[in-house]
Design a protein around this ligand. Structure first.
Ligand SMILES: *[C@@H]1O[C@H](CO)[C@@H](O)[C@H](O)[C@H]1NC(C)=O
Ligand SMILES: *[C@@H]1O[C@H](CO)[C@@H](O)[C@H](O)[C@H]1NC(C)=O
Ligand SMILES: *[C@@H]1O[C@H](CO)[C@@H](O)[C@H](O)[C@H]1NC(C)=O
Ligand SMILES: *[C@@H]1O[C@H](CO)[C@@H](O)[C@H](O)[C@H]1NC(C)=O
Ligand SMILES: *[C@@H]1O[C@H](CO)[C@@H](O)[C@H](O)[C@H]1NC(C)=O
Ligand SMILES: *[C@@H]1O[C@H](CO)[C@@H](O)[C@H](O)[C@H]1NC(C)=O
Length: 155
C-alpha cells in the first residue's frame, strides 16, 4: 500500500533517468560485398567540445568490443579488437566505423554505443536497434573442400 502511494507520488527519481539518454540511429542492415563497410552511428547529441567514448559492439548480447575511440575531437585514442581492422571517423553527431578485411563468419548484429564523459553529467545511449552486417563471401575464398572422412558436416 505504501509502495503504491510512493509510486503514485513519483517518489523514485530513477524513473526519470531514461529521458536523459542519447538515441542512436544506425541502418538496420548492411550487405558487404568487398569485405569492407562504413557503419555510421548517428546520435541525437552534439559531441563537439565534449570528452567521449564511442564504441562498436558485436553480437546480440554485445559480447565483443570491436573498436572504440576515447577522447575529444582534437585528441583521441583508438583501440581495436585484434580480429578486426577498424578506422574511426569522428563527426559532430556521427561516428563512422570503417571496417576492412571482414570475414563471412563475422556476419552478425553490431551495436553503436556512446558515452559522454566530460563535462558532467555522464550520459550514454539508449540501446540502439543495431545493424546486421551481412558479409557476402568472395566466391574464390568460399569454396569449401569436401571432407575426406565424411564425418564432418560443412556448410
Ligand atoms: C527501433 O525499432 C523500433 C521498433 O521497431 C522503432 O520504433 C524505432 O523507431 C527504432 N529506432 C530507431 C532509432 O530507428
Ligand atoms: C568508407 O569510408 C572510407 C573513408 O571515408 C572510404 O575511403 C571508403 O571507400 C568507404 N568504403 C565504403 C565501402 O563505403
Ligand atoms: C581534448 O583532450 C585533451 C587531452 O585530454 C585536452 O588537453 C584538450 O584540452 C581537450 N580539448 C578540448 C577541445 O576539450
Ligand atoms: C587494414 O586493411 C587495409 C586494407 O586492406 C590495410 O592496408 C591495413 O594495413 C590494415 N590494417 C591493419 C591494422 O591490419
Ligand atoms: C560542430 O559543432 C560546432 C558547435 O555546435 C560548430 O561550430 C561546428 O561548425 C560544427 N562542425 C560541423 C562540421 O558541423
Ligand atoms: C573466420 O574465418 C577466418 C577466415 O576463413 C578464419 O581465419 C577465422 O579463424 C574464423 N573465425 C572464427 C571465429 O571461426
Amino acid at each position: 500500500m505504501i509502495l503504491s502511494l510512493l509510486l503514485a507520488l513519483n517518489f523514485f527519481p530513477s524513473i526519470q533517468v531514461a529521458e536523459n539518454k542519447i538515441l542512436v540511429n544506425q541502418s538496420p542492415m548492411l550487405v558487404v560485398n568487398n569485405n569492407e563497410v562504413n557503419l555510421s552511428c548517428k546520435y541525437t547529441y552534439n559531441l563537439f567540445s565534449k570528452e567521449f567514448r564511442a564504441s562498436l559492439y558485436k553480437g546480440v548480447d554485445s559480447a565483443v568490443e570491436v573498436c572504440a575511440v576515447n577522447g575529444n575531437h582534437s585528441k583521441s585514442l583508438q583501440s581495436t579488437n585484434k580480429e578486426f581492422n577498424c578506422t574511426v571517423n569522428l563527426g559532430n553527431e556521427t561516428v563512422t566505423f570503417y571496417l576492412q578485411d571482414l570475414y563471412v563468419n563475422q556476419t552478425d548484429i553490431y551495436f553503436c554505443k556512446i558515452e559522454v564523459l566530460y563535462p558532467p553529467p555522464y550520459i550514454d545511449n539508449e540501446k540502439s536497434n543495431g545493424t546486421i552486417i551481412h558479409v557476402k563471401g568472395n566466391a574464390r575464398l568460399d569454396q569449401c573442400p569436401l571432407s575426406s572422412s565424411g564425418f564432418q558436416l560443412q556448410s
